[in-house]
Design a binder for this molecule. Structure first.
Ligand code: NAP
Length: 274
């Protein structure tokens, strides 16, 4: 069996259920021999810790995995998380940021009508969180002589995708963060990249109105004529976490069946028809 991540320690944020992109990444990294730590949001804001525990148990002995609460809008939970990671693991090789949130209202409203509070919230949870987590992870990655930070984005950044609104602004900021952090942390051999995934049915994605149309369109006209799976995204994350991507940093890697090279997006067509 290939063990591209044997000996690597990876912290994965953003597993909500078995459909989560973070879960696809966790499975792929586990298959390649990584030791894994997970986070969950505590109730009432977050979904059940119990669900994440049950999922993690499907990977093997639950005692082999670390599991901590973390709300990226609360610095005290981030400090506590990295304190425990330091005491348990001493260092960290990979951080996977699979976190995003916007009020459903602010996704569905016209862009010009997004509320001030909604715009700030989407930015804080979905983009600024990468700064805070990278700041906390860097000293632990230093202990290991470098590391890999991986964030998840969506290409509503270069092209306008109606229905993505507040989250599109947050993803643009996240991608800027990937480039600036790559420059700053490169001196410590910490690489920072984003995976831009095609549309996947997840809890968060259910808030995006045109998701089914985007998936249909991907099947019908994308270069590869197929929707991406959790495993497709997971395998790219394995590459980015592994030494195979030793000199790869500051990139947005598209795992989207090639959709990003097309001139038109389905969203624009649907929009014209409204
Ligand atoms: P998901 O399963 O719903 O995962 C989103 C995660 O973000 C959940 O675990 C959620 O926790 C967590 N989260 C939200 N607010 C948080 C906070 N304040 N602190 C800590 N965690 C918080 O959806 P997903 O689609 O897999 O999303 C993962 C990433 O992939 C996101 O960045 C998303 O934008 C990106 N992405 C998704 C698609 C797609 O089509 N699905 C495409 C491209 C990129 P709770 O469950 O506890 O709220």
């Amino acid at each position: 069996m290939n063990r591209l991540l044997a000996g690597k320690k990876a912290l994965i944020l953003g597993v909500a259920d078995k459909h989560s992109i973070a879960w696809g990444i966790a499975q792929a990294m586990h298959d390649q021999g990584a030791s894994l730590a997970f986070t969950y949001q505590e109730e009432p804001k977050g979904r059940l810790e119990r669900n994440v525990r049950k999922l993690v148990a499907t990977l093997g002995n639950p005692e082999d995995f670390l599991l901590f609460p973390c709300d990226v809008t609360d610095d005290s939970t981030i400090d506590a998380l990295f304190r425990v990671i330091r005491s348990e693991w001493k260092g960290l090789d990979t951080l996977v940021h699979c976190i995003a949130f916007a009020d459903r209202d602010d996704l569905n409203k016209p862009f010009s009508q997004i509320s001030r509070a909604g715009y700030k919230l989407a930015m804080e949870v979905s983009a600024y969180s990468l700064n805070v987590l990278a700041r906390a992870a860097a000293p632990l990655m230093d202990e290991r002589g470098g590391g890999s930070i991986i964030a998840l984005t969506y290409n509503a950044v270069e092209k306008a995708v109606p229905g993505y609104n507040a989250m599109a602004a947050a993803k643009a900021a996240l991608e800027v963060g990937v480039r600036y952090l790559a420059v700053e942390l490169g001196l410590s051999k910490i690489r920072v990249n984003a995976i831009s995934a095609g549309p996947v049915r997840t809890l968060s994605a259910s808030a995006v109105k045109g998701l089914s149309a985007l998936r249909r369109w991907t099947e019908e006209v994308s270069p590869l004529r197929e929707n991406v799976t959790l495993a497709d995204v997971g395998n790219t994350a394995v590459y980015l976490a592994s030494d195979l991507s030793r000199m790869v940093t500051g990139n947005v890697i598209y795992v989207d069946s090639g959709t990003h090279v097309l001139a038109a997006q389905v969203g624009a067509v649907e929009h014209r028809q409204q």
